[in-house]
Design a protein around this ligand. Structure first.
Ligand code: SF4
Length: 364
């Protein structure tokens, strides 16, 4: 039995939890949530896209993949001063964390990474928790981010290992797990979760939760996203998940990983306020704020604050669940670990949906 999970649950056992009558599942999840968390506190994160679009990967849900023809506005890497301005805005609007997202396959030991390290130091100095989501990461890169004052690193498993192959062909599940391990080794907290509504089964969702439950230390933060189907991506025709599916997923995650903070992430614009309130009761303890989540829409932060007021919720202050990392100001040296030549995999899973999309595009 690990510290944070109710037991080393198998996928089948988690599926039994998932499939119980919803009324019972929600009640049990709400009880467990109150044992480990203050239900009147919700952590608010702002997600900032510091480099948008042009990604070489083929994640079937993502409008930032260069190979799909979507309407997003591409942007090069932001400057530190732009990031600082956004950090101060986020702090003033009630966020306790700023998450910096770059559409990269993996981090490279180059000038862009040095710039990101400066951004991390800058945001840390504002008193906000700093999170990054930059793709795959080596152990030494994770260590450098930790030294710059990084509090959390986001790297989602997206789905269970079996279904993952239907969504992404350009890197493997093992690569994802390796990055999470590197982050953990560097002493940075882990943010890792999934997306529902990509065509996966309940079994696939539970398989992902079983992977997290089997970790020696499960992620401190687990974002649960509902797919926002974007025109031009292979998943553009997916129907939105119902609030009942979202509640079932959040409640199951709550019971399987009782101490992790569950973040109600993408897809909130499709939910009513009542639906979101039920998500908080079922165990969600965090949201993303801001009118955009990287490239997809998100509710206005004032609306979130109004709902918090109705429910008697207050946003958490930074570092309520951990200590602010001390920035170690070391001289900037490019490529400090040239010996660390990691070969991330290129598994080349064949995804029929992507193939069909490519054929349609070439034969209009
Ligand atoms: S999800 Fe990340 S890695 Fe995948 S295509 Fe989008 S930006 Fe690239």
């Amino acid at each position: 039995m690990t510290q944070n999970t109710i037991s080393s649950l198998t996928k089948e056992q988690i599926l039994d939890i998932y499939n119980q009558p919803l009324i019972d599942l929600l009640f049990e999840a709400s009880k467990v949530h109150r044992l480990h968390h203050d239900p009147k506190k919700v952590q608010v994160s702002t997600l900032l896209s510091i480099k948008t679009g042009g990604c070489p990967e083929d994640c079937g849900y993502c409008p930032q993949a260069a190979r799909y023809h979507t309407d997003i506005e591409k942007n090069d890497l932001m400057s530190c001063s732009q990031v600082k301005a956004q950090a101060l805005r986020a702090k003033a609007s009630g966020s306790s964390r700023l998450c910096l997202g770059a559409a990269w396959r993996n981090v490279k030991d180059d000038a862009d990474f040095e710039q990101v390290l400066e951004m991390v130091k800058t945001v840390n100095s504002t008193g906000l928790e700093v999170c990054c989501t930059l793709g795959m990461l080596t152990e030494s890169q994770a260590k450098r981010l930790a030294d710059a004052g990084l509090y959390a690193y986001n790297h989602n498993l997206d789905s269970g290992e079996e279904y993952y192959k239907e969504i992404i062909s350009t890197r493997g599940y093992e690569d994802r797990l390796k990055t999470i391990e590197n982050v953990r080794t560097a002493g940075v907290t882990v943010c890792s979760g999934g997306i529902i509504g990509m065509g996966e089964s309940a079994e696939d969702r539970c398989s992902m939760l079983a992977t997290y439950a089997a970790m020696e230390t499960p992620p401190e933060s687990i974002p649960i996203n509902a797919l926002v189907a974007v025109e031009g991506t292979p998943l553009e025709e997916q129907q939105p998940v119902t609030i009942w599916e979202m509640l079932r997923m959040i409640a199951t995650t709550r019971l399987v990983l009782p101490t992790s903070v569950i973040r109600l992430s993408a897809g909130r614009t499709g939910m009513t306020e009542e639906g979101q309130a039920m998500c908080y009761m079922a165990g969600a303890g965090s949201i993303f704020a801001g009118d955009k989540l990287l490239t997809t829409p998100n509710p206005d932060v004032n609306k979130d604050m109004e709902l918090f007021k109705i429910l008697g919720i207050t946003p958490s202050a930074p570092y309520e669940k951990g200590e602010q990392p001390v920035v170690k100001d070391e001289p900037v040296i490019l490529n400090t670990h040239p010996e660390e030549k990691v070969k991330w995999s290129r598994p080349g899973h064949k995804i029929e949906r992507n193939e069909a999309k490519r054929i349609r595009k070439n034969n209009p």
